[in-house]
Design a protein around this ligand. Structure first.
Ligand code: MG
Length: 273
């Protein structure tokens, strides 16, 4: 996994607050206020040695990285719970429509529900700028060579975002069906988005992503007449991997299925309270 390709290094990540254009590098900020707990372990010695080739050592490094991430994720979870904030982690391959779904969701729900967004991409502020154009707060995490978000990055983003109590934080992970599944951010639930242009067999090819997710959204359903995508087979494959996974089908551009998505979101919010 990420230890072997060397991308798992949160210190290279940058976080930009779109409201102030303030740039922060993960690991450089000073803890203050009630974020002290979030950052208590930020300066722990990093056990990563990316050139370790001995199999046993590599396995140990992976365990160390995931253990550190899990500790930080638990601190995020405690902080979010203490402030009654629901955080969801949206994951997909690049181009599945995460940002488009978020834009539509914000335009439809933000008058009745306080929502802010953490955007994850290797480079550019494009997606956070699209979110800001809807009128909702957004910060952008740029991971550089990193292919996923980590709990430490979310802690830094929450510090800049300062989401209101009783609100919803939507985290758009880096587009990737592999590594984001392995890293707990402290979110309430993981949501995987699979577009009908990708192929119905993705749940079997990338099982960790579908096993880790509570909800699978099949997106771009307006394109179904033009592509060879077997919806029933896709759902059956996903439930072979994760029998409990919920499934929604929608088109963010045409609007079909959005009412079910909004009902699911409101259900998550009300069960958080
Ligand atoms: Mg995006």
């Amino acid at each position: 996994m990420c230890t072997t390709c060397g991308c798992s290094n949160g210190a290279r990540a940058r976080i930009t607050d779109l409201a102030t254009s303030k740039l922060q590098r993960v690991g450089e900020h000073e803890p203050h206020g009630d974020f002290v707990r979030l950052h208590a372990h930020v300066h722990e010695p990093e056990p990563v040695q990316t050139h370790a080739h001995v199999h046993g050592t590599t396995v140990q490094l992976e365990q160390d990285i995931l253990a550190k991430n899990n500790r930080l994720a638990e601190q995020n979870r405690e902080w979010l719970k203490a402030h009654n904030i629901l955080a969801l982690n949206l994951m997909s391959s690049p181009g599945a429509g995460k940002t488009t779904l978020l834009e539509r969701t914000l335009r439809d729900l933000s008058s009745s529900l306080a929502i802010s967004v953490v955007e994850g991409d290797q480079e550019t502020l494009f997606d956070a700028e699209r979110i800001r154009a809807t009128g909702c707060p957004a910060v952008q995490i740029n991971t550089g060579t990193g292919c996923h978000l980590e709990a430490e990055m979310l802690a830094g983003a929450l510090k800049q975002l300062a989401p209101a109590p009783n609100s919803l934080v939507m985290v758009e992970n880096v587009g990737n069906l592999v590594c984001p599944a392995l890293f707990d951010l402290g979110e309430r639930a993981k949501v995987v988005i699979l577009s009908v242009t990708e192929g119905a067999d993705k749940p079997l090819k990338y099982p960790h992503m579908f096993k880790a997710s509570s909800l699978m959204i099949i997106s771009k359903t307006d394109l179904l007449p033009y592509v060879d995508f077997d919806v029933s087979a896709c759902i059956a494959f996903a439930r072979r991997i994760n029998p409990d996974i919920e499934v929604l089908q929608l088109s963010a551009t045409q609007g079909e299925g959005l009412a079910d998505w909004y009902a699911w979101l409101r259900g998550q919010v009300s069960s958080e309270r």
